[in-house]
Write a protein that binds this ligand. Structure first.
Ligand code: TXA
Ligand code: MG
Length: 340
């Protein structure tokens, strides 16, 4: 399959290009598009056959539900069976934005979107291209991150093309995404709202609007370091091609790194230390000590190291503070060694 990329002004996308992409979606084709978090791979959420192509293109397990993107609250309410007070307040505070709400679904949403479950995740993305596309399509758009399953999420159109080129017909290129990391996923189905995936919107900001929420058992609670063994609650995801190790500068971790380097391997190093010593075989990327700036750069940095062809990646463990929850979650999943 030939993949076409349309270059758009991210602030003021060309209406004709948007109309063309919306028509492709209505016809049942896939369209990759930018959001403020990462690029999404969209299909008409009401068309089960179109959505099936997402799973095929990504190699995604069928039980993993998709987020449904809508243009506004009115469109969100068409998709869900309930719209509780917490949803009213969260949508008013954070939409358009990086918050996905999980609510009971309506029957109009096909099983393939929800992974066969009775709930659906919805959000209004804060990106002019995504919003224009949603309005022009006039339908809810199911869209996971636009990458092959388990790989790094794309933060620019080139990442999408590297991962899915030849497997999808159309990519809307709206430049690099500003957020760089996925939305926060929050379930409003139980008595207490539950954080299902940490993301760009922090738990503290959610709690400021609706009070206490529950953090899931499988979120990182401390800065675990080292290559994690085969998955327990954490499963490998969001991973670069090269094996990744979260490390403190302990003698053992440094020895592991330098042993590989002396064997002639190329090492990628994400560090907070601007004075990190340069050595042959070491590709050093300096990371911000600000969690928001770090999140915005993380996937792009890992993509860069993959493109540089490094054999292993060593990452300074981020602080064990809640502001770093989403970054730690992604790094810990990236560090899970694939089962033999
Ligand atoms: O920022 C984002 O959320 C991006 C952009 C494109 O919107 N999308 C994204 O989609 O990250 P994806 O498919 O890569 O991740 C969706 C996450 C998965 O962890 C999925 O299990 C969870 O949301 N999810 C979706 N619907 C759900 C549901 N009904 N119940 C529980 N979890 C759900
Ligand atoms: Mg994803």
């Amino acid at each position: 399959m030939q993949t076409t990329t349309l270059l758009l002004d991210p602030k003021n996308p060309d209406p004709e290009a948007i109309a063309h992409a919306a028509e492709r979606l209505r016809q049942g084709d896939l369209v990759a598009f930018p959001t403020e978090t990462v690029y999404g791979l969209g299909a008409n959420a009401l068309d089960a056959e179109a959505v099936a192509q997402i799973f095929a293109a990504k190699g995604r397990p069928a039980r993993n539900p998709l987020i449904v993107h809508v243009a506004d609250v009115a469109a969100a309410r068409e998709v869900v069976g309930e719209w509780p007070d917490a949803a009213v307040r969260l949508a008013a505070a954070f939409w358009p934005g990086p918050l996905t709400l999980v609510l009971p679904r309506r029957a109009s949403i096909p099983d393939i979107v929800t992974g066969g479950g009775q709930t659906v995740g919805i959000r209004v993305p804060a990106h002019p291209v995504a919003l224009a596309l949603l309005r022009a399509a006039g339908a809810p758009i199911a869209a996971p991150s636009a990458n092959r399953s388990l790989q790094l999420s794309p933060t620019c159109a080139a990442h999408v093309a590297q991962s899915l080129g030849g497997r999808i017909p159309l990519i809307l290129d709206g430049g690099a995404t500003s957020g760089g990391l996925e939305s926060t996923v929050l379930s409003l189905c139980g008595d207490t709202p539950q954080l299902l995936r940490p993301g760009l919107l922090s738990p503290a900001r959610i709690e400021a609007v609706i009070g206490p929420i529950q953090r899931s058992a499988n979120l990182p609670s401390q800065a675990d370091v080292g290559p994690l063994p085969a998955p327990g609650m954490l499963s490998r995801h969001y991973a670069p091609h090269a094996p990744l190790e979260l490390m403190n500068d302990t003698p053992a971790a440094l020895a592991r790194m330098h042993r590989l380097r002396l064997q002639g391997k190329r090492i990628g190093r994400l560090t907070f230390d601007p004075t990190y010593p340069t050595l042959p075989g070491l590709v050093i990327l300096l990371m911000s000590r600000d969690p928001t700036l770090y999140a915005g750069r993380l996937y792009a940095a890992l993509h860069e190291l993959d493109a540089a062809g490094v054999d292993a990646i060593f990452v300074d463990a981020p602080p064990a503070e809640e502001a770093w929850l989403a970054v730690r979650d992604r790094l810990q999943r990236a560090a899970v060694t694939a089962s033999p």
